[in-house]
Design a binder for this molecule. Structure first.
Ligand SMILES: [Zn+2]
Length: 422
């Protein structure tokens, strides 16, 4: 057989071109213009007639907390602020067990896989309350799902490093167990600068990238990001630092924000906006003209900063909503960050595919020949329909293996092994 899978006549979401895709041994070995004519015979084990529907490169979930997902049923009320959400979740953490973390994490991973996610970076909590339990579960999940989803683990000191004695040693142990990135949360510690310097030193020692929760506030005086830009350059980590939230930047005067954004661009810092959480928790203190509480996506892009988005949390005190579908977040961001054009729809898709992959330093071929066959066929033929409808029909392949199918009867999959192309 020439191919294991042959996808005939799909629409490329970025260019609008009609194309064919061939997969052999888990690798994309053909991606070219669709030929309707009958010129050459192609032999394939499975033929998928896309009939002009969109094929997307595998979706990338760039920032998610598996270990504290699905906690809303254990909460007696909703959180009224970020610090309240942190406190409520820390209290619930005491009752986590290994099986409990696994069960809730699997629920998120399975939903994400169904949505078309092929790459996922999760934030793994490490602190004296939970010890290394979350990391042990995360490592098992990474191994369990190895052939179905690429999972990266960020070792993350949610309760701070210096305000919780013993965290430094636990962080080092967790990193040694197999972290893919060093996490940090300078706004939840005794000294933000000391916190950052500790993280960057550990990154230097281990050679790992840095992934931080930063300036999660609607207060424009919060600008830890400036220190992060300086440290990124000082440690030579350009392109290997991501920051999530960064919402205080959205409350600044735009001239002020632009100066910081251009500094970030020079340091190659990637931004992960988390609208489901940011819109929910920010702006609550404003009784008049409440602030929107998002990072200024457009301004960052204009200054040359790579921006992508993540789900962050699924059903907990930080975010009582969500089902792990990146297209839900794409629509939410489009609606709230003034991204309503066709070009914006393409940009929103980039933010959960190519841009997210760049932020996570992933090996990610985006349907290129020679790259892993990580892709999904959707029920939409148009990029705007895809984002605005969050089209539920999806068939997902990871390394050429079909991992999920939703509403399969919407598709025409030929039982015939023979298709034709030029
Ligand atoms: Zn987070």
């Amino acid at each position: 057989m020439d191919y294991d899978i042959w996808v005939s006549g799909y629409t490329d979401p970025f260019t609008g071109e009609l194309r064919d895709l061939g997969v052999k041994d888990g690798i994309i070995t053909y991606n070219g213009r669709f030929y309707d004519g009958v010129k050459h015979t192609v032999r394939a084990k499975e033929t998928v007639t896309a009939a002009g529907r969109l094929v997307l490169p595998g979706l990338v979930e760039s920032h998610i907390h598996l270990d504290k997902a699905f906690l809303t049923q254990r909460m007696s009320r909703e959180a009224d602020s970020l610090s309240d959400a942190i406190g409520m979740t820390a209290a619930l953490k005491k009752d986590y067990t290994f099986e409990d973390i696994m069960r809730r994490s699997v629920a998120v991973i399975e939903r994400s896989m169904q949505a078309g996610v092929t790459h996922l970076r999760c934030q793994v909590e490490v602190d004296p309350i939970i010890g290394l339990l979350s990391m042990e579960a995360a490592l098992q999940l990474k191994e369990l799902y190895r052939s179905l989803m690429t999972i990266q683990l960020v070792v993350f000191p949610q309760e701070g490093i210096f305000q919780q004695e013993g965290t430094e040693e636990l962080m080092r142990q967790a990193v040694a167990m197999g972290a893919d990135a060093i996490g940090g949360i300078p706004y939840n510690d005794t000294d933000a600068r000391e916190h950052l310097e500790w993280i960057f030193k550990l990154a230097e020692e281990t050679g790992l990238p840095v992934d931080l929760h930063v300036d999660f506030s609607d207060d424009p005086s919060h600008r830890t990001i400036v220190d992060i830009a300086d440290l990124t350059i000082a440690y030579g980590l350009q392109g290997r630092v991501t920051v999530a939230h960064l919402t205080s930047l959205g409350s600044m005067e735009s001239d002020d924000a632009r100066v910081i954004a251009s500094k970030m661009a020079a340091a190659g810092i990637h931004v992960i906006t988390l609208p489901a959480t940011d819109l929910y928790l920010n702006g609550r203190g404003d009784s008049y003209k409440p602030r929107r509480g998002l990072t200024p996506v457009r301004l960052l892009l204009e200054e040359g900063v790579n921006v992508c988005f993540g789900s962050n949390n699924i059903r907990n005190a930080f975010t009582p909503f969500g089902k792990g579908d990146p297209l839900d977040i794409a629509l939410l961001l489009g609606q709230t960050a003034y991204m309503g054009t066709r070009a914006d729809a393409v940009l929103l898709l980039e933010m959960c595919t190519t841009r997210a992959a760049r932020a996570l330093n992933l090996e990610y071929g985006a349907l290129a020949c020679g790259s892993a066959a990580d892709f999904l066929l959707t029920g939409a033929s148009d990029i705007c329909d895809l984002i605005y409808d969050r089209t539920p029909e999806r068939i997902v392949w990871k390394n050429g293996l079909r991992t999920a199918e939703t509403a399969l009867n919407k598709f025409v999959i030929s039982p015939e092994p023979i298709v034709r192309r030029a």
